[in-house]
Write a protein that binds this ligand. Structure first.
Ligand SMILES: Nc1nc2c(c(=O)[nH]1)N[C@H]1C(S)=C(S)[C@@H](COP(=O)(O)O)O[C@H]1N2
Ligand SMILES: [Mo]
Length: 333
């Protein structure tokens, strides 16, 4: 681990972490000078913005339909404007396919989401393997509109299709001694070209405390915008844990393991002072190298768009705060 770091793969762009004051003065400066954008290295960002204007708002209809009934789970349907389908599917973090936001969309064609199995292991009455068809039939599909807040400082609003993770946990019958659930993503160098780049120790591993995993808002996702998941979004199944930073929502899951101790998760293992086990969205607990007080909503991110205030637990405080009653959230970040 080098002590002096340049911008790491998970770090925000400098333009995303400047203070509002600096941002606005820089903005004023940009308005004054035509060469400004290029001079600051913002040309590609500006180009992306232009491209984003032509983003399809809804799917072009190339993937299989996967409808879901409007969810009745409290907090499952936020009112925010949906992020355009084109942005949801071209601005991604899925490092197994590269670290540029556009890499997953360009490279994830090699992922084969069928046939697919998920093995359920560890502290369970009986280990079992479920194939995708069994998982698709395990519980009724629901549509839920969740905010996704990346630790880097951007956010989206995505209509996911799936059901509560608790449905799978109930099926798995964990032992009373199981206190944590671990999720492991696929790590197949034949399907995932960027594994050899070694950005993280593969496979990608994430985990939740059992009570977090049993919360109805913790979702196993199979689709978005009424269709099966595009590969770059974690086909054929991924998590959505909306009150936590996006990296807790592991993609393309192949193993679910019940444990009595918390495993070391991928980001925690790579930089323990920067990424905690809990990683609850919290505007009062900054990342050691940048503020988490505000965020940039993708689709509103023109050079002149205002940042948004980040909400406690990403706006799901009413639903999830009780999970952390009495805990020091600065220590347990
Ligand atoms: N296996 C795996 N899962 C992953 C990631 C990853 O790189 N690999 N990135 C995480 C991060 S940092 C975020 S913000 C979300 C992004 O999900 P999206 O691309 O569908 O918006 O996926 C998370 N799940
Ligand atoms: Mo993220």
């Amino acid at each position: 681990m080098p002590l002096i770091r340049t911008r790491g793969p998970h770090d925000p762009l400098p333009s995303e972490i400047t203070s509002p004051e600096l941002y606005h003065s820089r903005r004023a400066w940009l308005q004054r000078t035509a060469a400004g954008a290029a001079g600051l290295g913002l040309a590609s960002w500006a180009q992306r913005e232009a491209f984003a204007q032509g983003m399809p708002a809804t799917p072009p209809g190339k993937l299989a339909k996967l409808p879901g009934a409007r969810s009745g789970v409290a907090g499952a349907l936020v009112n925010d404007k949906l992020t355009a389908y084109g942005d949801v599917t071209t601005y991604n973090n899925f490092y197994e396919f590269g670290t540029d936001k556009s890499d997953p969309n360009r490279n994830a064609g090699s992922l084969k989401p069928r046939p697919w199995t998920v093995s359920i292991e560890g502290m369970v009455a009986k280990p079992l393997t479920l194939d995708l068809d069994a998982l698709l039939k395990l519980a009724p599909m629901e549509e839920r509109v969740y905010r996704l807040r990346c630790v880097e400082g951007w956010s989206m609003v995505i209509p996911w299709v799936g059901y509560s993770l608790s449905e799978i946990i109930k099926k798995a019958q964990p032992l009373g001694s199981a206190k944590f659930v671990e999720f492991t993503s696929l790590a197949d160098p034949k399907q995932m070209p960027a594994l050899r780049a070694g950005v993280l120790d593969w496979p990608y591993v994430e985990a939740l405390r059992m009570d977090e995993a049993m919360h109805p808002l913790a979702m196993m996702v199979f689709g978005l915008y009424g269709e099966v998941l595009p590969n770059q979004n974690g086909a054929p199944l991924r998590l959505a844990v909306p009150w936590k930073y996006g990296f807790k929502s592991a993609k393309s899951i192949v193993r679910i393991r019940f444990m009595d101790k918390a495993p070391t998760t991928s980001w925690e293992g790579s930089a323990p002072s920067e990424y905690g086990f809990y990683s609850n969205v919290n505007p009062q607990v900054d990342h050691p190298r940048w503020s988490q007080a505000t965020e940039r909503r993708i689709g509103e991110d023109g050079l002149f768009a205002k940042k948004r205030a980040t909400l406690m637990f990403n706006g799901y405080e009413a639903q999830v705060a009780s999970l952390y009653a009495g805990m020091d959230l600065k220590k347990n970040f």
